[in-house]
Design a protein around this ligand. Sequence first.
Ligand SMILES: [Zn+2]
Length: 380
Amino acid sequence: MDTSTLFPFLDNLQTEMLQTLEELTNLESPSTEKQHTDRLAAHLQQRFSRLGARSMLLSNPAYGNHVEVRWSAGPSDAKPALLLCHLDTVWASGTLASRSFQVRDDKAWGPGVYDMKGGIVLAEFALRALAELGLTLPRPIILLITSDEEIGSPTSRSIIEEHAHQAEYVLVLEPSLPGGIIKTARKGVGQFDVAIQGIAAHAGADPEKGASAIQELAHQILRLHGLTDLALGTTVNVGIVSGGTRSNVVAAEARAQVDVRVWTLDEARRIEALIRDCPSRTPETRVQVTGGFNRPPMERTAAGVALFEQTRAIAARLGIDLQEGAAGGASDGNFTAALGIPTLDGLGVVGDGAHAVHEHVCVDSLPQRAALLAALLLHL
Ligand SMILES: [Zn+2]
C-alpha cells in the first residue's frame, strides 16, 4: 500500500477543505443549544452519506443528536478503528456576528475552527481520499461525531465506551499541541461541589447565635488550594463561590465549585479522598462535598506509546517528524484510554487558541493532517 499519493491528492483539495471548514463554522453549535447542534448534526450526517458512508443520527433528547458514520471498506471480520470528533463548541450562538469566519495570513479564524471543526474536515477528506484513490483498508472505520464533549460528554460517554470496547485502536481528532504534537497523555478532571450550611442570625444584634457558612467556606478554600502540588501536576482550583444573603446577616449558606486535575488514577484516588475529608473548623457549620472525577486521566501507557511509535513511523514516510506530548485538558480520549484501548489524541489540525478569541487553524495543516490520518487508517 502506497501513501505517496495521499498528500498530493489532498493538497489539491486544500481550497475545498477550507470551504468545508467555513460551512461547518457557519453552522454555530454551542453544546447547550440543541436546535443548533441538531442542525449541524443533520448537515454532517448528509455530508458523510454523500461520501458513500453509512451515516446515521443518534437521537438525543437531552442535548444535540450525535452522528455515527460507518465506513466498511475493509474486511468486516477485522476490529474497527474508532475515530472521535465532537461537533459542539464553547461558543454561544451569535458569536459569528462579531467574529465571522476569515482567512488571513495563511490561517483560518472563527469560533470552533480549531476545537474541533477542523478535525471533522480532516475525517471527511481522509475518507474521501481513501475512496477516490481506491486504497484498500485493513479494517472498517467507525467515526463518532458527538454533540456534548465540551460539557463533559454526559450523553455520549456510554456510546463512546461501547464502540471503544470493540475497537482495535482509537484516534481522537482534537486539535494538536502547538506545532502538531500528538497527545499521548492527558490529565484527568474532577469536578466537586462544596456546600456549607451554617445558621443565620442578625449580624449586629445576635452574632453569637449565628454560624457563618462563609467563614467556614474561607477555611475550606484555603485547605483545597493547599492540596495543589505543581511538582506532581496536581491542581485544585476553587473557580466559583457564592453564599450569604445580606451583609447584615450571618450567612446560613455558602458553596463552591472546584476543578481538580491529576496525571494518574492513583493520584485521582488520593486527592479525592483528601477533598472529601473536610471536617468543619467553624462550630455549628456543616460541610458536604459532592461530585467526583468526570474524566479519568489518560495515562501514558505502554499500549499508547506503542501506537504512537507506529504512528511516528507512518508519519515519517509522509515527511512529517511527529512528536508526542501531554495535555492538561481532557477529552473523550480519556474515556477510551482508561478502558485500556490504545488511544492517540491531538491528531486534529494544527493551530492555536482553543476556547479563546484568537482561535485559528494553520491552513497548510489541513491537507497535511488529512494525509496523515488517511495513512494511519491505511497502515494501523
Ligand atoms: Zn475539543
